[in-house]
Design a protein around this ligand. Structure first.
Ligand code: ADP
Ligand code: ZN
Length: 722
């Protein structure tokens, strides 16, 4: 019996050898079931056996493969991607393979499914029943659970119709396929500028070679319509298209636009899918039957066979960085996957990350610019308010000019948005009698008051308490003072000014994705006058009636001193301002409240001097040899027992390798020194661009093992410096 090596999707040191039973035909990449200790697990045939075949003792220990799963094998491309990512982010290959193998139910062929079509309607039709028949008319046969979901009715309504014989049952072999997008369904008339870029991108898709494109166009330029043409070309070439979006669960607008262009919705991949949808989607992709999918970062690890183009929309968004488990940046890994798949990768944004901007400047990425909004719409004018000379009235957070602008917008029948990137009512609560500050018991962080829910919450671990009636420190009642504003407090203030306006808060606290989606739909439909929102409002939405944006605290992101503070503030504020004035007849205007209006980032924003901002930022990074001109990595050590943590940190400190191109800073307590009761320490590695950073780290960590409560993680190209 020959042996093969099988990689198991667990954080094990490497693949293990298994024997192939005589009657089993195996290809590399095949998904198999193997014994692992007392368990049976899935694994993937990774290559020939590695164990020494002449060692008889060892040979006896090698166990046979139990079964071969009835699913297409993972392609060499995908296996290569797993190995590449594992090497780059310094994770175990099995841990990366886990990103691929999350849906074991998809490894066996689907069971036959009972689906229903419309039968004789009952005499008594309710609104819910009508929706069921409408859904069937529109979508065709569906399983009962899916039918209930699509029609938006409870399962019992469907069951009653089935029991009454009003729906016709039929057995369907296999999964329902996703509808086929039609490349020709409805082509928009593109502007000359759009058409030129669309043509360049389509040509790249047609040649089927790896190239990376930066689609860099102002907010409202019509970038989506442009990259839709690249997707159309992929479809025409018989290839698949993958679109990665941050906050995918909130993007119903995007799905509508896709449907308007291609005649049906794309497949979806995000954490909100039901297990059944997840299984079907994975399986259909493995069988090479999904044409276009819109997904979160994990969609990169799906078993694609024939990718024609990968699009990363809002490429600057920090949400593409996965911060736990396998720590990777999906934007960067998308480029890697494109390279392995020989297809172009399109990074789309109105505010490029500095990395991508420099890559375009240095010719590694092909740059495409759209400098004007679609049609006659103009970019909003941006004005700074100096809060030092022009403060708001006592006890308020909004200057009178801001309130006037909001009033003027709603007077014109338009919408106003107030932006503050801070959830809750107030970021700090203290006792006016004794000065006691409410802190999280498990983190080094203040508790944030959420007045609408009557709770204090820690934003790092989620710990919650009721708002206390009397001070925990001195026992005095009614002495608690809220310090600083959050969105709830701004809402309270603006309602005070405009009690009759329809005011809506948009933040991740509103109770789930469905509620947020509904709020976004209401705003687009003009069903709100004033919106108070956190960064969720900045994410690519098209609000046609919005003409004024007020930023409550433009300085918020500038103070924390991390590497990307300026870059992030620039991106966030230009994205937020860019929500306004998307229609030619409603010019946009943005007002930024600041205590440091002379700050270069804010000056560049107000002047619309994007290139100036980039040049300054690039010069500063170059000088400091910071990314993308140098490289960073972080080692994060955490432990529930601080002595254990410190001992491990000391052990690491004592064995830092010497290397001319790599500097190790630290150890230092992490800026938030305790989260979820784990004490945290950090080493920061700063390396020259070409330095063998991963090799340095493996040499350093070779043979050291965290023990007890200690955990060690490596973050290559860190984004989060907390
Ligand atoms: P971006 O993604 O660049 O911010 P969008 O793609 O959202 O811009 O486009 C902004 C608005 O302009 C959308 O409502 C879109 O439907 C519209 N639009 C863009 N291009 C066209 C076009 N060629 N014809 C008609 N409408 C367009
Ligand atoms: Zn906490």
């Amino acid at each position: 019996m020959p042996n093969v090596s099988v990689l198991i999707p667990l954080a094990l040191p490497g693949p293990y050898d298994y024997a192939v039973p005589a009657d089993m035909q195996l290809e590399e990449g095949a998904i198999v079931r193997v014994p692992l200790g007392p368990r049976q697990v899935h694994g993937v045939v990774w290559g020939p056996g590695l164990a020494d075949a002449t060692d008889a003792d060892l040979a006896r220990k090698i166990k046979p493969i139990i079964a071969l799963c009835d699913v297409p094998p993972l392609t060499e491309e995908l296996r290569g991607f797993v190995d590449w990512v594992a090497n780059y982010v310094m994770a175990r290959p099995g841990a990366v393979l886990r990103q691929v193998m999350r849906v074991p139910a998809a490894f066996e062929p689907p069971k036959p499914l009972i689906v229903y079509t419309a039968g004789d309607k009952p005499d008594k039709m309710t609104a819910a029943r009508t929706r069921i028949y409408d859904a069937l008319a529109e979508r065709g046969a569906m399983a009962s659970a899916e039918l209930a979901r699509v029609a938006g009715v409870s399962a019992s309504v469907v069951k009653t119709l089935i029991a009454g014989g009003h729906l016709t049952a039929r057995e369907m072999a296999g999964d329902k396929h996703f509808p086929m997008p039609d490349a020709q369904y409805r082509r928009l008339d593109l502007s000359k500028a759009q058409a030129d870029v669309a043509q360049a991108l389509s040509a790249a898709v047609k040649t089927a070679q790896f190239t990376t494109h930066l689609l860099d166009g102002v907010t409202g330029a019509g970038k989506t319509e442009v990259y839709f043409e690249a997707i159309a070309q992929a479809l025409e070439s018989g290839k698949k298209a993958l679109i990665l979006l941050p906050e995918i669960a909130l993007t119903t607008q995007f799905l509508d636009r896709f449907e308007a262009r291609f005649g049906c919705e794309p497949a979806l991949w995000h954490s909100g899918l039901s297990p059944a949808e997840r299984r079907r989607t994975w399986r259909e992709i493995a069988e090479d039957r999904v044409q276009v999918l819109v997904g979160a970062r994990s969609a990169l690890f799906l078993p694609w066979r024939n990718i024609g183009v990968i699009i990363v929309d809002e490429e600057h968004d920090g949400g593409f960085k996965q911060e736990d488990g396998v720590i990777y940046n999906a934007r960067d890994m998308a480029v890697v996957r494109g390279q392995l798949a020989d297809c172009p990768v399109i990074l789309s944004t109105a505010t490029p990350s500095l990395e991508s901007y420099v890559n375009a400047q240095e010719g590694r990425y092909v740059a495409h610019r759209l400098t004007a909004r679609h049609g006659a719409a103009q970019l909003p004018e941006i004005e700074l308010v100096d809060m030092r000379t022009d403060p708001p009235p006592r006890g308020n957070w909004l200057v009178p000019q801001m309130v006037e602008r909001v009033g003027a917008a709603i007077e014109r029948g338009e919408q106003a948005l107030l932006f503050l990137n801070r959830r809750g009512y107030a970021p700090l609560t203290l006792c006016r009698a004794c000065g006691h500050r409410y802190a999280c018991p498990d983190c080094d962080a203040w508790m944030v008051e959420h007045r609408f829910r009557k709770q204090l919450q820690c934003h790092h671990c989620g710990h919650m308490e009721g708002v206390p009636e009397s001070c925990h420190g001195c026992g005095e009642a009614d002495k608690l003072a809220a310090c600083g504003p959050g969105v709830e407090r701004i809402t309270e203030e603006i309602i005070g000014h405009f009690p009759d306006a329809r005011t809506l808060v948009l933040s991740s606290d509103m109770g789930g994705v469905a509620a947020m989606r509904e709020a976004i739909a209401r705003i687009s439909a003009g069903d709100a006058d004033i919106i108070v929102g956190t960064q969720i409002v900045a994410k690519g939405h098209d609000f046609p009636n919005l003409s004024f944006v007020g930023v409550v605290d433009a300085d918020l992101g500038l103070g924390n001193g991390d590497l990307r503070a300026g870059e992030r503030t620039y991106q966030l504020l230009s994205q937020v301002a860019g929500r306004s004035g998307r229609r030619a007849d409603k010019p946009g205007f943005a007002m930024l409240q600041s205590h440091m209006p002379d700050h270069p980032v804010l000056q560049a924003l107000a002047a619309g001097a994007r290139e100036q901002f980039f040049e300054r930022e690039i010069a500063a990074r170059q000088m400091a040899q910071m990314p993308p001109f140098g490289r960073l990595a972080a080692l994060i050590i955490s432990a529930t027992n601080p002595d254990e943590g410190l001992a491990f940190v000391r052990q690491l400190s004592a064995r830092i390798p010497a290397h001319a191109q790599v500097r190790v800073l630290g150890p230092a307590p992490a800026p938030i020194a305790r989260i979820r009761n784990r004490y945290r320490y950090r080493f920061l590695l700063k390396a020259e661009r070409q330095a063998p950073l991963q090799g340095f780290i493996s040499q350093w960590l070779n043979d050291v093992k965290p023990r007890g409560s200690v955990r060690l993680s490596v973050d290559i190209d860190p984004y989060n410096f907390l």
